[in-house]
Design a protein around this ligand. Structure first.
Ligand SMILES: [Zn+2]
Length: 241
């Protein structure tokens, strides 16, 4: 019994030391979780910074709702747009740009990586890139449809020198969950440095803007600052969007 009570404090001290060592290592994680393959999920040294990202737009209704909410709280985000939707709703993209948000590419028509050849996949990227350039946008941020990161995506990243941007917090808002689920998905997980996945184009009803009305003031009051993905991963504005 006496032996046990002596061992317990020693064990606690050891646990404390180990957990502190892990925390310290966590703080020193590089921006790229996997440098070699250029996949970026989050910025380990992100401190108080967070990056909100919106996929699949622009959308004639949902994007504007989100823009309005972001503007209300003075928050900037990164929109991973689909070329086809830019073609349908160019005015919405103009508003995204006018509000100072960053743009990433999400391919021209959101075809699944496995359903196209390597040449077709590259063309999906090129076509969207050309379209975005016609709006004065040059971006090296690329998010593959559904976050698939296979050899084709790796090859594209090498060929076009773009960063593959994934995420560390998934709100699954494309499934049209109730507002509280989107809110919890974010508030329960953020610690700093996260890339948060949301959508400004969903096929059902979107509750994303309503969730942001709760998420943004809460995180701002906790001292977090919202930045674009390019800023989060340490790219300068001239290098990256
Ligand atoms: Zn998508």
């Amino acid at each position: 019994m006496r032996k046990r009570s002596a061992a317990l404090p020693a064990l606690l001290i050891l646990l404390l030391f180990v957990s502190r060592a892990f925390c310290a290592a966590g703080e020193e994680l590089p921006a790229y979780k996997n440098d070699e393959e250029k996949r970026i999920y989050a910025c380990g040294s992100g401190g108080k910074y967070l990056a909100l990202t919106f996929d699949d737009g622009p959308h004639p209704v949902y994007t504007d709702r989100i823009l309005k909410t972001l503007k209300k709280y003075g928050v900037r985000a990164t929109f991973f747009v689909i070329g086809e939707n830019v073609g349908y709703y160019p005015g919405v993209l103009e508003r995204v740009l006018a509000d100072g948000h960053a743009i990433g590419s999400h391919t021209f028509s959101h075809r699944h990586v496995s359903s196209v050849s390597r040449a077709q996949f590259f063309e999906e990227y090129r076509k969207n890139d050309r379209l975005l350039r016609s709006f004065g946008v040059e971006t090296k941020l690329f998010r593959p449809p559904e976050g698939v990161c296979d050899a084709k995506v790796q090859a594209l990243s090498a060929r076009f020198d773009c960063d593959i941007i994934l995420w560390s917090v998934d709100t699954e808002d494309w499934r049209s969950p109730p507002v509280y689920k989107i809110v919890r998905a974010v508030l329960d997980r953020v610690q700093g440095g996260e890339i948060i996945l949301m959508h400004d184009y969903v096929s059902g009803e979107s509750h994303t803007a309503a969730a942001l009305e709760i998420i943004l003031p809460e995180l701002l009051s906790r001292g977090f600052e919202f930045v674009t993905v390019g800023e989060l991963i340490g790219r300068t504005a001239s290098e990256r969007q």
